[in-house]
Design a protein around this ligand. Structure first.
Ligand code: GDP
Ligand code: PGA
Ligand code: MN
Length: 608
């Protein structure tokens, strides 16, 4: 046993929470930070931390956006690392075939060794946070211990964080302990680098004890542990055990010309359009979109039998490239208000941010690697997974219901991915089970949001492949079971649709203009629910009947529309062996009804 350690700040805990106090002490004794800071989430604290980061040249203050900063990571630390992400369930079988697994005790042994002294020379911040409104009956608390001030500043944007949370936790509220270290201890006198991180990375989840241990990366998805780690991987396990769903979904409120309101949730893989759809500015008159969330939805049945969704987050962590006044004006308006952190974008000479997709590039920039950049440089100025991190309350179209702990009743769920071929613009599922089949077989081309090759088609069930905290076969069964959970029957269930904004023509052009024009698809969805829009049955589901999709005023060649909506039986037959292979991975955990859906699809395609 080592002697009791005194770490400045450790004993200045503004809480009497016994488990928290014991855990913070235990981690401090292991990681040996120079000091401990208990975060209160105040303005003053934000100023201190961002000033310090500016002094150290980790952040650059932007002259053109109030209270906003430019950050550049190490070029190796730019995305989620799925290869290094682990679900450490007690039983290996519970992690299923889609997750990396290590026994919890073994992972803890390995990582304890890494954490030993890993915060030397640094400050350990205690960040109490709450996912979802603090006014919830049972607020969902977490506490992140981190040696990264960049993480603290980002957590203040992305979560409800600070003294209010600690107060509400009292002396014994349950919380998810989230331990994070960049894994770069400093020897006495050693100079720090701008973006400390480690070649060794572990993003580990312990679903049985509801703990998260992250090591070696400062990138958002690996280090802002309230987001993907807690609100998806750990929360999906809570949802399995308690009968609710934690999903990778945006939530939006859609109001039609006659004032009718519909709530839509949509699951697309990372960098496939959630943030954009959530903030959509419709191009068709009379329709209005308001934002509730852009990444995560927690959904449970209300007493009225409807499925209610809450966004557990407090900020937007959006893909920067492609975001512009033309594509996503509401994001631009949100960012113009300031109070944001931009990571791995480029900076203009007058101290503003720039990225690909913002129109004509300026003659000179500093690129995401800190180098001079000109339009002749021959590579993008911003990393394709560069991000803005900004308060959701600055969104000019935030819906009033955003902070309501009861959430909003979901009318439609969209699944979607990024596919050049095969998948039509929109397809309606026949019923809940068919919808679950569409979600379970969702496929998408990989993007820069995760380390690895880009553009490879993979199955990404419900856009949750990297985020399901347990066996994906059990997860499908949970979805099927949820469909039986609506107390007043199937009529109350959200209707399920499958969309693809990314189908391309032979020359590589997008067949569908996307962005604000996606409102036309939402309109058809609403009209399907209301029973006023026509559809045709196809082997894969219902697609808009000729003329049923409103394209008035849209300058789109009829041929492109036809190709965007087309169901090609030959293309779909090619998908079948891939789906069979995918389903076989789950063995007897795959719900039989999904095999039945596949058989029925095969039969319909053969008859087509
Ligand atoms: P998220 O990670 O799922 O939230 O995805 P984003 O909304 O941030 O979008 C990721 C990338 O896809 C960005 O570069 C967007 O500009 C682009 N994108 C989003 N929606 C559309 C669309 O409807 N059509 C096309 N072609 N691109 C889109
Ligand atoms: P998103 O999430 O791309 O789904 O917005 C962030 C991430 O993948 O780290
Ligand atoms: Mn997003």
């Amino acid at each position: 046993m080592s002697a009791p350690v005194t770490v400045p700040g450790l004993d200045q805990a503004p809480t009497a929470h016994r488990r928290l106090l014991a855990w913070v002490r235990e981690v401090a004794e292991l990681t040996r930070p120079d000091r401990v800071v208990w975060c209160d989430g105040s303005e003053g604290e934000w100023r201190r931390i961002t000033d310090e980061l500016v002094d150290k040249q980790v952040l650059v203050r932007l002259r053109q956006k109030p209270n906003s900063f430019w950050a550049r990571t190490d070029p190796s630390d730019v995305a989620r690392v799925e290869e290094r992400t682990f679900i450490c369930s007690a039983d290996e079988a519970d992690a299923g075939p889609t997750n990396n697994w290590m026994a919890p005790a073994e992972m803890k042994r390995v990582m304890t060794e890494l954490y030993d002294g890993s915060m030397r020379g640094r400050t350990m911040y205690v960040v109490p946070f709450c996912m979802g409104p603090l006014t919830a009956e049972q607020p969902m608390f977490g506490v992140e211990l981190t040696d990264s001030p960049y993480v603290v500043a980002s957590m203040r944007i992305m979560t409800r964080m600070g003294a209010d949370v600690l107060d509400r936790m009292g002396a014994d509220a349950p919380f998810v302990p989230c331990l994070h270290s960049v894994g770069a201890p400093l020897a006495p006198g050693q100079e720090d680098v701008a973006w400390p991180c480690s070649d060794v990375k572990y993003i580990s989840h312990f679903p049985d004890s509801r703990e998260i241990w992250s090591y070696g990366s400062g990138y958002g998805g690996n280090s802002l542990l309230g987001k993907k780690c807690f609100s998806l991987r750990i929360a999906s396990v809570m949802g399995r055990d308690e009968g609710w769903l934690a999903e990778h979904m945006l939530i939006l409120k859609l109001t039609g010309p006659s004032g009718q309101v519909k709530y839509v949730a949509a699951a697309f893989p990372s960098a496939c359009g959630k943030t954009n759809l959530a903030m959509l500015e419709p191009t068709i008159p009379g329709w209005k979109v308001e934002t509730l969330g852009d990444d995560i939805a927690w959904m449970r049945f209300g007493e009225d039998g409807r499925l209610y969704a809450v966004n557990p987050e407090f900020g937007l962590f959006g893909v920067a490239p492609g975001t512009d006044w033309k594509t996503n004006p509401n994001a631009m308006r949100t960012l113009a208000k300031g109070n944001s952190i931009f990571t791995n974008v480029a900076m203009t000479d007058d101290g503003d941010i720039w990225w690909e997709g913002m129109g004509e590039p300026p003659a000179h920039l500093v690129d995401w690697k800190g180098r001079d950049w000109t339009p002749e440089s021959g590579e993008p100025s911003s990393h394709p997974n560069s991000r803005f991190c900004t308060p959701i309350e600055q969104c000019p179209i935030l819906a009033d219901e955003y902070a309501d702990p009861r959430g909003v009743p979901i009318d439609a769920i969209l699944f979607g991915g990024r596919r050049k071929t095969t998948i039509p613009l929109v397809t309606e599922a026949r019923d809940w089970v068919h919808g679950v089949y569409l979600g379970a077989t969702l496929s998408s081309e990989t993007t820069a949001a995760a380390a690895g090759k880009v553009g490879v088609v993979r199955r990404d069930p419900m856009a949750m492949l990297p985020f399901i905290g347990y066996h994906a076969g059990d997860y499908f069964a949970h979805w099927i079971a949820m469909g039986k959970g609506a107390s007043s029957g199937a009529a109350q269930l959200p209707r399920i649709f499958y969309v693809n904004w990314f189908r391309r023509g032979d020359d590589g052009r997008f067949l569908w203009p996307g962005f604000g024009e996606n409102a036309r698809v939402l309109k058809w969805v609403v009209e399907r629910i209301e029973g006023t829009a026509a559809a045709v049955e196809t082997p894969i589901g219902r697609v808009p009947a000729p003329g049923a999709l409103d394209v008035s005023g849209l300058d789109l060649p009829a041929e492109d529309l036809e190709l965007a909506l087309r169901v090609d039986a030959a293309e779909w037959r090619e998908e079948i062996p891939q789906v069979v292979e995918w389903f076989e991975r789950f063995g007897d955990k795959l719900p039989g009804v999904l095999w039945a859906e596949l058989d029925a699809l095969k039969a319909r395609l053969d008859a087509a």
